[in-house]
Write a protein that binds this ligand. Sequence first.
Ligand SMILES: C[S@@+](CC[C@H](N)C(=O)[O-])C[C@H]1O[C@@H](n2cnc3c(N)ncnc32)[C@H](O)[C@@H]1O
Length: 257
Amino acid sequence: MKSYEALARVYDRLNGEVDYAAIATFYEAAFDRYRIKPQLMLDLGCGTGSMTLELARRGYDMIGVDASAEMLSRAYERMWSTGQSGILFLEQDMRSFELYGTVGAVVSTLDCVNYLTGDGDLDRCFSLVHNYLDPNGVFLFDVNTPYKFKHVYGDNAYILEEEDGSAYCGWQNDYDQQSGICHFLLSVFTEESDGRYTRLDEEQTERCYTQEQLTAALQQAGFTDIAFFGDLDFSQPTDQTERWYVAARCQKNEETV
Ligand SMILES: C[S@@+](CC[C@H](N)C(=O)[O-])C[C@H]1O[C@@H](n2cnc3c(N)ncnc32)[C@H](O)[C@@H]1O
C-alpha cells in the first residue's frame, strides 16, 4: 500500500504519547522570539490534523496540506467531530503545493521534511515555503537527526502496540548510511468486530539530512536567522539529540514582495 494508506487507520492511536499542545506552545514561543504575530498559518504535512486542530483551537486561521487522502480524511472527521470548522485541508504534495496567497508562518511537525527523499526535493519544498510566507514570516519544522537514523532506526525491528491491544504495528527498518535513505516496512494489524485481526502492509521512506544540508537548502531558498534546537525548551542539540527543531525567517527583497 502507499505511504500512510494503512498507517492512517491507527496513526492517532499509536501516536497517543505525542504532546501536540507542548509543541504548539513551543511554536508560539518561537513566534515571540522572532517577533511575529501570525494569524494565518500553514501546517505542512498536517496528517490527521492534530497540530492543525490544536493551533486552530488557539485562534489561528489554519490551512493543512498533506499528500495522503487517508490521513486528510481523518483530519476532516476530527475537525467536524470537535465542532471546529473553517480549516482548509488540501491534498497536495509538499514539493509542488499551491496556496491562494501568503501566510504568516509555516509549521511542519513530526519529521515530514525527512519524507523529502529525492534529490532536489528539499530545495523545491523550501523554495515553495519561502514563496508562500509573508516577508519576515517564520518556518518551523522538526527532523529526525543522523544520530536517530544510525542508532535508533538502524536496521532494527520493533512492535508498536495500542494499550488496549486493538492495534499493533510491526516496524522493520533498513537504513543505508551512505545514501541516508531509510526504508520502513510496516505491518499494521487492527482488530475487527469479530475479534479477528486485519493485516495491511505499507512501505515508507525517509531521508537523513545533516544540519549543513538543511542550512544550505534554507539559505538557498532565502531564509535567514536559522536556528537548530535540541528540545522544546530551545536548548542546544547534543550529539545524541534524536530530533532537531528548526526555525528560520523568510527574507524577501522589498521589490519582490
Ligand atoms: C509523521 S507524519 C506527521 C503528520 C502530522 N504532521 C503530525 O504531526 O501528526 C508525516 C506526514 O507527512 C505526509 N507526507 C509525506 N510526504 C509528503 C509529501 N511529499 N507531500 C505532502 N505530505 C507528505 C504524510 O502523508 C504524513 O501525513
